[in-house]
Design a protein around this ligand. Structure first.
Ligand SMILES: N[C@@H](CCC(=O)N[C@@H](CS)C(=O)NCC(=O)O)C(=O)O
Length: 195
């Protein structure tokens, strides 16, 4: 039996967090090597396994996978979270890439200048509630199903769950105008807790 995937990253959420979520949703146990110092990271670079001298890197199936989106796509496809056909994959891609736009804003928010913090936070919340969340609320309403694509759990649902929780950390009541997203969130959290 193949060993557990091994994740290499700095000790933080950053770009690795979505990978952790996807593996967890797929029910895959993994190990992590978390760098506390730049020296630990540079040791990995010197070892020659990091294609672009950047992390995340995931050791899986005899490969040293780098580039967050490539890693996610591999895991989603391997664990049957990437649709049943090309069209479903295209929908999943559209949802996850939109969610990435939103999560990137949140990821880089802590780097805001102090005088720009409030304005940047307002911008994130405005984009979340006016541009992105309405898309997912509408998809759930039109499908009449619990999942964004193909009436079963996919990478898109997992990414949506993660990003909703990220936005709720900025403003806990952010889902107040999105009843179906609220239901989806509680169902997914119950599902996760039950595993
Ligand atoms: N396109 C890459 C970007 C990876 C990246 O920027 N990684 C940062 C950490 S989040 C890194 O390794 N920085 C160290 C460096 O460039 O020296 C991906 O999505 O994985």
């Amino acid at each position: 039996m193949a060993g557990k995937p091994k994740l290499y990253y700095f000790n933080g959420r950053g770009r690795m967090e979505t990978i952790r979520w996807l593996l967890a949703a797929a029910g895959v146990e993994f190990e992590e090597e978390l760098f506390e110092t730049r020296e630990e990271f540079e040791k990995l670079i010197k070892g020659g396994t990091l294609m672009y001298e950047q992390v995340p890197m995931v050791e899986i199936d005899g490969m040293n996978l780098v580039e967050t989106r490539a890693i996610l796509r591999y895991i989603a496809a391997k664990y049957d979270l990437y649709g049943r056909n090309l069209k479903e994959q295209a929908w999943i891609d559209m949802y996850v890439e939109g969610l990435k736009d939103l999560s990137d804003m949140i990821m880089f928010f802590p780097l805001s200048l102090p005088e720009e913090k409030e304005m940047n936070l307002d911008f994130i919340l405005e984009r979340a509630t006016k541009r992105f969340f309405p898309v997912y609320e509408k998809a759930l309403r039109e499908h009449g199903q619990d999942f964004l694509v193909g009436n079963r759990l996919s990478w898109a649902d997992i990414q949506l769950l993660e990003v909703i929780l990220m936005v709720e950390e900025c403003k806990p009541s952010v889902l107040s105008g999105f009843p179906l997203l609220q239901v989806m969130l509680s169902q997914q959290l119950l599902r996760t807790a039950g595993e």
